[in-house]
Design a protein around this ligand. Structure first.
Ligand code: MSP
Length: 484
């Protein structure tokens, strides 16, 4: 039997220092949409998400909460899992960096890199931002403040092991050149290339001034730098150590989906680490923009975070998923506002899609469906376009395409007036188009899509796009979207 094509996609692992907000949900929803789409395409999919639990940032947050770090993260993990559940995120594994297998993998990789001669002992003297968990040079700081968090940087001086990143400059430049999509979208690639061309400094991979982390196997005084630990989740989470067969099936990852703030770690540190350990490169790193509120990045530090639970109880899971991907090209920053959400919810979901489904199903209940060749509402072109857009992670364009087709269906019905003519062929043609719309919408709005499939009696499979709708007894659909 021929092996199925595989698709391995990851989200960043989130810092569990508070309940998840929409900024975290943004990447996770996008990853879920792609995972569902590739499942529809008949591929074997693995979606990995999880939490990044070690390091000073978490240790400090735990201390503020009056808890031990592990006790603290244990109390927040259910919040992440609950958020992903209410958003219908169909992940295959939730990895925690405190999982035993992950810790063992990190130690094994560090050992390997050490043996390959890429780790050496020295002293780190310089600036650090605990909120970013990142080292800064004076030049990259804003008057010794973190350019992202606008807080005073810490001055560190401690014994540390370093990773020979400088050795990988030409390897990296070559990697970017040979794989133009390795860093996507393309407008973010040049910035990384310029910085890499400007020269790479070895980076510190261990610290001695805290102990909430993974010990280096060859020097127990040292704890792994949290990014060295975290990045390795992408291989440990799919079974590098404990499920070799699964690992070999899915690695290299097809896409690491991340926010633009952590592109450097993913496109420079990570490939160099993998190369040093003799592991194949991932295929693509896609960095999206930020969700903002009045043009300021949503986040805990800014104090403007909207909790996943709050949005879902207000708008519902499918509308939340829809809205976050509908409004802005995925690479760009996009402003979130409740008004814009209500507007799209009422106009696009309730009025356009909801009305189409309720109208056609109500008329079909009365006058039935009668099979006919499709004349006006052929979806073939739309399907191709949507597939192309999803290949390029252009979620907004894919949805735009689908909703133009919804408009076309509404215009068709308006023109044909089946409530006067009782023309069951018109209803058949419309029902068939609704089937195709619903299958294409499945990755974005799985609950809605399943409701429509129950009303019109079809399966949510890509093959059904080519099959004509079955003629069956239809019952008026429940209301899909209550106007807000
Ligand atoms: N733990 C690291 C990632 C390690 S991956 C090996 C981390 N965690 S984080 O919780 O701070 O951020 C995780 C992701 O959420 C990042 O990709 C970040 O860009 C994203 N977002 C956090 N706030 C965001 C917005 N307001 N908008 C969009 N995404 C943002 O970094």
């Amino acid at each position: 039997m021929k092996n199925k094509k595989t698709f391995y996609i990851t989200t960043p692992i989130y810092y569990p220092n508070d309940v998840p907000h929409l900024g975290h949900a943004y990447t996770t929803i996008a990853a879920d949409v792609l995972a569902r789409w590739h499942k529809l395409l008949g591929e074997e999919v693995f979606l990995l998400t999880g939490t990044d639990e070690h390091g000073k940032k978490i240790a400090k947050a735990a201390e503020r909460a009056g808890k031990k770090p592990k006790e603290f993260t244990d109390s927040l993990i259910p919040e992440f899992k609950r958020a992903w559940k209410i958003l219908n995120i169909d992940y295959d594994r939730f990895i925690r960096t405190t999982d035993r297998e992950h810790e063992k993998t990190v130690q094994e990789i560090i050992e390997k890199v050490f043996k390959s001669g890429d780790i050496y002992k020295g002293t780190y003297e310089g600036l650090y931002c605990t909120d970013c968990e990142a080292y800064y040079t004076e030049k990259d700081s804003l008057n010794l403040q973190c350019p992202i968090h606008k807080r005073q940087l810490e001055t560190l001086k401690e014994e540390s092991y370093f990773f020979k990143l400088s050795k990988y400059q030409s390897f990296l430049l070559d990697l970017y050149k040979k794989n133009p999509e390795f860093i996507s979208p393309s407008y973010r690639r040049q910035e990384i290339i310029n910085r890499v061309k400007g020269g790479l400094r070895d980076f510190s991979v261990s610290r001695t001034s805290f102990d909430w982390g993974i010990q280096l196997p060859f020097d127990k005084k040292h704890y792994a730098y949290v990014w060295f630990d975290a990045l390795i989740n992408y291989i440990s989470g799919v079974g590098y150590l404990d499920k070799k067969k699964q690992f070999n099936k899915f690695w290299p990852a097809d896409i690491h989906l991340i926010g633009k703030d952590i592109l450097w770690f993913h496109s420079v540190y990570w490939p160099a680490m993998l190369k040093s350990a003799g592991i194949e490169m991932p295929k693509k790193i896609f960095a999206h923009g930020f969700l903002t509120i009045q043009n300021e990045k949503m986040g805990k530090s800014a104090g403007n975070a909207i909790n996943v639970g709050d949005l879902v109880s207000y708008a519902g899971s499918d509308p939340a998923r829809y809205f976050l991907l509908r409004s802005t090209p995925f690479g760009d920053d996009g402003d979130f506002s409740k008004e814009a959400l209500i507007d799209r919810h009422n106009n696009e979901l309730a009025n356009k899609l909801g009305n189409l489904v309720s109208r056609v199903s109500a008329l079909a209940e009365k006058y039935g469906l009668e099979k006919t060749a499709l004349k006006t509402l052929d979806s073939e072109r739309i399907v191709k376009k949507v597939a192309g857009h999803l290949d390029n992670l252009e979620f907004d364009k894919a949805l735009n395409e689908i909703f133009s087709f919804v408009d076309k269906c509404n215009e068709f019905i308006q023109a044909k007036k089946p409530w006067e003519t009782h023309d069951s062929k018109v209803l058949y043609e419309s029902g068939n188009a609704i089937k195709d719309i619903s299958i294409l919408l499945f990755p974005f709005m799985p609950e809605t899509s399943e409701k429509i499939a129950r009303t019109f009696n079809f399966e949510i499979e890509l093959g059904e796009l080519k099959k004509p709708l079955k003629v069956s007894k239809i019952k008026k659909s429940e209301i899909l979207f209550e106007r807000i």
